[in-house]
Every structure is written in structure tokens, then in C-alpha cells.
Design a protein around this ligand. Structure first.
Ligand SMILES: *Cc1c(COP(=O)(O)O)cnc(C)c1O
Length: 237
């Protein structure tokens, strides 16, 4: 496909996803600016990623830190990007990742939180994070259990860290009703943690291409959309 056609396709996809997210947000009685669409670009190279930015997407999500920083460092790549780290993060990747001041959605252990805190203090920054909860209980899913999260939140938040909310994924085998209940459970857990900790925890990152409507109904403030944005451009998608 010619570059121009690829750009048009990405622009169309971006426009459609924005419309559907706005419709789902309105249907829940919420205002459009309450939900941020994060474009998940893990399927595509830096050139396609730049086209998505050109289409108007400024929040980009990657699930591998090496890919995030190699895109951010590629010559001519736009610098006005808000980066989102959404996949499992190894502690030895934290230092370099912090150069790009991402919102880290995938804090799945106390140990990782500790390393992000230490590296943030060393850089003299405050890093915004979401705590990842394994709401489905699927063994193959990452994230902490609700109990682990409650225990973690009973301790003081380490210096260098601002916890702004929770992140979750629906279970692989969940049907539509189960997905709705899982997302509702994430919001309830957040509400409980707000009361218990006194922190605001305004952000709920949940919902992907196949289930963002249910997530928005449950109160998502960030949806992470990948395959829908690159429909027609990826083999097998
Ligand atoms: C890949 C991925 C997404 C996007 O999924 P799609 O179904 O392609 O929209 C969202 N969140 C995480 C954590 C991912 O790894």
C-alpha cells in the first residue's frame, strides 16, 4: 500500500474509534473529555506510529520498554507524545524508560514499585503509576490480587511515586456479562482503596479494542486501543 493510503486508513480508523468512544461515554452520561484514548502501537513500526500521531493521537502505549524508547529515539519522531508503558516491566529496564516520563500502567509487584521509586528519586522526578490488578484471576494474566493491592496500599507510598489509579484486563475466556462484572469490580476496588487510603486514584485504565464499551460503562478513564486502529493494515487482523 502507498504511504498516503496507509495514512488515510489510519486517519479513518482513528476517527471511527474516537466516535465510538465518544458515543459510549455519552451513553453512560459522561462527558467526552472524561475518557482518553491511548493508541497502542505495539503491532507497528515507527513509521506507522508517526502516522497515528499525524492523525491526532498523542497518547501512545507500548508493552515493551525497548520498543518504546527505540521509537522515542528514532530520528524525527515527534516529541510531544505522552507515553504509556502498558506491558510487564522488568526492573532492569526502569532507568532508561524513565527518560520518557511514561505513565506506567503495569506496576504488578511491590518490588517493581520500589525500583521505580528509587530510580525516580535519583532522577529527581515523580513518576505517575497505575497499580495493575488481576481481576479475572486468570493465571496467565499479570497483576496483583485485590488482597495484595490492599496490603500494598496500607503502607506509605514511596517517595518519587504518585499512584493515580488502577489498570486491569478482562479475562481471556470471559463472556460479555463477565467482562462487565470484572470491570465493575475494578471500579469498586478503586472506590474501596480511595476510602481506605485517602488517595484520590482518579484513573481507571481498562478496555481494549474488543471491550472498551463495557469498560467505559464501568467508569474507565483510559482505554487502550490497538488492533482497531490498524485494521486493514496488519496481516491476520
Ligand atoms: C495489546 C494490548 C492492548 C491493545 O489490545 P487490542 O485488543 O489490540 O486493542 C491493550 N492493553 C494491553 C496491556 C495490551 O498488551
Amino acid at each position: 500500500m502507498e504511504d498516503l493510503n496507509i495514512l488515510e486508513r489510519i486517519q479513518d480508523n482513528w476517527g471511527l474509534v474516537r466516535e465510538e468512544v465518544a458515543a459510549a461515554t455519552a451513553a453512560s452520561g459522561r462527558t467526552p473529555d472524561e475518557v482518553t484514548v491511548i493508541g497502542v502501537t505495539k503491532y507497528v513500526d515507527a513509521a506507522y506510529t508517526a502516522m497515528l500521531i499525524q492523525a491526532g493521537c498523542v497518547d501512545l502505549g507500548e508493552n515493551r520498554p525497548q520498543v518504546l524508547w527505540s521509537k522515542a529515539e528514532s530520528p524525527g519522531f515527534p516529541s510531544n507524545i505522552r507515553w504509556h508503558m502498558i506491558g510487564h516491566l522488568q526492573t532492569n529496564k526502569v532507568r532508561r524508560l524513565l527518560r520518557y516520563q511514561p505513565l506506567i500502567h503495569s506496576v504488578d509487584s511491590e518490588r517493581l514499585l520500589g525500583v521505580i521509586a528509587k530510580e525516580s528519586v535519583a532522577r529527581e522526578v515523580k513518576t505517575r503509576v497505575l497499580l495493575e490488578v488481576n481481576i479475572s484471576g486468570d493465571a496467565e494474566k499479570t497483576g496483583m490480587s485485590a488482597t495484595q493491592l490492599e496490603e500494598l496500599m496500607q503502607q506509605p507510598i514511596p517517595e518519587g511515586i504518585e499512584v493515580v489509579g488502577l489498570m486491569a484486563m478482562a479475562g481471556l475466556a470471559a463472556d460479555s456479562g463477565q467482562i462487565q462484572r470484572q470491570f465493575d469490580a475494578v471500579r469498586e476496588l478503586r472506590d474501596h482503596l480511595v476510602t481506605a487510603s485517602g488517595l484520590a486514584l482518579p484513573e481507571l485504565s481498562m478496555g481494549m479494542s474488543g471491550d472498551f464499551q463495557q469498560a467505559i460503562r464501568a467508569g474507565a478513564t483510559m482505554v487502550r486501543i490497538g488492533s482497531r486502529l490498524f485494521e486493514g493494515l496488519l496481516g491476520g487482523h
